[in-house]
Each structure stands twice: as C-alpha cells, then as structure tokens.
Design a protein around this ligand. Structure first.
Ligand code: GAR
Length: 191
C-alpha cells in the first residue's frame, strides 16, 4: 500500500492534533494510507502531549526558549522534519512565527481561527468576535514567509446568532476546525 507521512506541530491543548489522529492517522483514503510519523511540540507541559499518548505516539519536545533566536529554532525544526522524510507538515495550534529558514524548505499547512485575510495573528478568535462581524470562520492555508498569509486551501464560515457569547463563538470555530483540517489533509495527500 502507498503510504504518505505527515508531521504535526502543536503548542498547547491539542484538540486539533487529537482530531487528526482520530480521523486521519493510519487510515486509508483512495488507496493511500496516511501515517503520522512525527509530532513536535515547543512547550513541555502542553496537554496535547498526553492526547498523543492515547494513540501510542510520543512527542518530540523542542522548546523554542532554549534557542538563541528564531532562526536557530527553525534550523532545528527543519533538521528533525527532513530526517523524518514526511510528505506534509501540519501546524495545528503551533503558536510560533516561522522564518524563511523553515518556510523556504518545508511544505506545511496552517490552521487559523478566522476568515483570512481578516484577523491574522495570535488573538483571532477574540478579535473576530469583538469586531461585531456577523460571520466568523476558519481557514487552512499553506505556510509562507508572511504570517497567516500563504495561499488559501479551504475556508468555512458560520453566522453569528443573536446574543452569541464569546464561548459560543469559540465553540463554533473549534467545531469547524475539527472538520476542515482533516478534510484539507486528505484532499492534499489523497485527493
Ligand atoms: C486553534 O483554534 C487554532 O486555530 C489556533 O490555535 C488553536 C489551537 O487549539 N491557531 C492559531 O491561532 C494560529 N495562529 P488546539 O490546541 O485545541 O488544537
């Protein structure tokens, strides 16, 4: 059987990581099996590390604060990812700005909790909620040198309901994320 390998990078809670492991890891689509070959986390206490263990997967911890600068950290990421020989890297809640050292060498996609190009950056859920816009949403895009600025792959929106709270807004976003990211991975690798 033809196998395509992925690496997943994450920083915290890891609900998207767990979702990918449930829906995509070791499953076959169009005769192609997707295998998660590498997990990297930049925070040693991230809850996602525990989630991965349920699937028998160990996470490699590479703490960014142990490196002198962004470039040195990215060099290490590139070295480890190249060694694993993966077909695609997935940033699932990986809260780091990546330099061209990474973006020029690694084919990666990123999940972002807004309708890009609106609300780039680390606080997209709160900022999109507070904007008063009647639509919120989620984007999956290729990773480029520009933060949250690479070519779009998939987007899905939802409508704000009357009196929607920030918690409800966030819940909608996560629900869509848990559909959209696995769909994108399958389409790219097996579509
Ligand atoms: C997700 O909402 C993801 O879109 C966001 O971090 C969260 C991670 O949740 N990513 C970004 O904001 C990237 N700029 P998770 O750890 O439960 O998967």
């Amino acid at each position: 059987m033809f196998i395509k390998k992925i690496a997943i990078l994450f920083s915290g809670n890891g609900s998207n990581l767990e979702n990918i492991l449930q829906k995509v890891h070791n499953r076959v689509f169009n005769g192609i099996k997707i295998e998660c070959a590498l997990l990297i986390c930049n925070k040693k206490d991230a809850f996602g590390i525990e989630r991965a263990k349920k699937f028998g997967l160990e996470t490699m911890i590479i703490e960014n604060n142990k490196f002198q600068n962004r470039e040195e950290f990215d060099k290490k990421l590139v070295e480890v990812i190249k060694k694993a020989n993966v077909d695609l890297v997935i940033l699932a809640g990986f809260m780091r700005i990546l330099t061209p050292i990474f973006t020029n060498r690694i084919k990666a996609i990123n999940l972002h909790p807004s309708i890009l190009p609106l609300f780039k950056g680390a606080n997209a859920i709160k900022e999109s909620f507070e904007s008063g816009m009647m639509l919120g949403g989620v984007s999956v895009h290729y990773v480029s040198e520009e933060l949250d600025g690479g070519k779009l792959i998939k987007q899905r929106a939802f409508e704000r309901t009357r009196d929607m709270s920030l918690d409800e807004w966030e819940e909608q976003i996560h629900k869509i994320e848990h559909e959209l990211l696995s769909e994108a991975i399958i389409e790219i690798l097996c579509g």
